[in-house]
Design a protein around this ligand. Structure first.
Ligand SMILES: CC(=O)[C@@H](O)[C@H](O)COP(=O)(O)O
Ligand SMILES: NCC(=O)COP(=O)(O)O
Length: 250
């Protein structure tokens, strides 16, 4: 039995249900239905990224999630005025500030906090005042973590993409050094009093070493789970991820 304090939360990212919907337009598959199934399957939260180009999640999806969810919404967004206004209108439980480029296929690397410290400090202040927990999606780098702490973020989410890519490419030396970096930086962030989350590209093969870091309190996982649900169904796909996380944590 895993005690509550050590229990690792699973945030299920439903962006790529919307990617499939948007491939044809129309209303299905419905990300809100996926969110409700994820809740039933044991998700502790739902994550959705409203991209500036609206390539997957739409404004209406965010509105619907705010209405139907009984678990917290982690709203991922770029640091733009438009997104700030949307977040302030909905006041989700958490706002995760992520870097965004229109030409990228997926979120490349973490937010450059150290160089944009003043701008970001002003940007997140109203979100914090509105009661949102502000999280910053960053690479596992000391200077970014220190900057996130200085600007007043309560949470950081470490980008696990480089670790997962190295595993997928079979470069196990690089994978292990990325994992060691994630472990060290999770410990460092925790020592500053930051709550530590992690995510991006995690799969059944890569989740356990990250889930085993005691400082990490939440994993956000989407693309792999939505893909796996084609074969297993969404509920069993999530249940298996939950099982692997609990096993690693025990
Ligand atoms: C920031 C992040 O990691 C998530 O948003 C996830 O990657 C899904 O969104 P994209 O695939 O659009 O990057
Ligand atoms: N912030 C990471 C996230 O929400 C999920 O990323 P992925 O599993 O879709 O790559």
């Amino acid at each position: 039995m895993v005690s509550d304090q050590r229990k690792l939360r699973l945030g299920v990212n439903i962006d790529h249900v919307a990617t499939v919907r948007n491939a044809r337009g129309g209303a299905y598959p419905d990300p809100l239905r996926a969110a409700r199934i994820a809740e039933e399957a044991g998700a502790d939260g739902i994550t959705a990224h409203l991209r500036e180009d609206r390539r997957h999640i739409s404004d209406a999806d965010i509105e619907g999630l705010m209405d139907v969810l009984s678990v917290p919404l982690n709203f991922e967004m770029a640091a733009t005025d438009e997104m700030q206004q949307i977040a302030l209108r909905h006041k989700p439980h958490a706002v995760c500030i992520v870097p965004e480029k229109r030409e990228e296929r997926t979120t490349e690397g973490g937010l450059e906090v150290a160089r944009e410290e003043n701008v970001l400090a002003h940007f997140i202040a109203p979100l914090r005042e509105a009661g949102c927990r502000v999280s910053i999606f960053i690479a596992a780098e000391k200077r970014q973590i220190e900057a996130a702490h200085r600007i007043g973020a309560e949470v950081i989410e470490l980008h696990t993409g480089a670790y997962c890519d190295a595993h997928a490419e079979g470069d196990f030396e690089r994978r292990d050094s990325e994992l060691a970096r994630l472990r060290d930086m999770a410990g460092f962030a925790h020592s500053l009093g930051l709550e530590v989350h992690a995510g991006h590209g995690l799969t059944y093969d890569t989740v356990q070493p990250v889930a085993a870091f005691p400082e990490v309190l939440e994993l956000n996982i989407g693309h792999f789970l939505i893909g796996e649900s084609i074969f297993l169904g969404l509920e069993p796909a999530i249940a298996e991820m939950r099982r692997l996380m609990d096993e690693a944590r025990a």
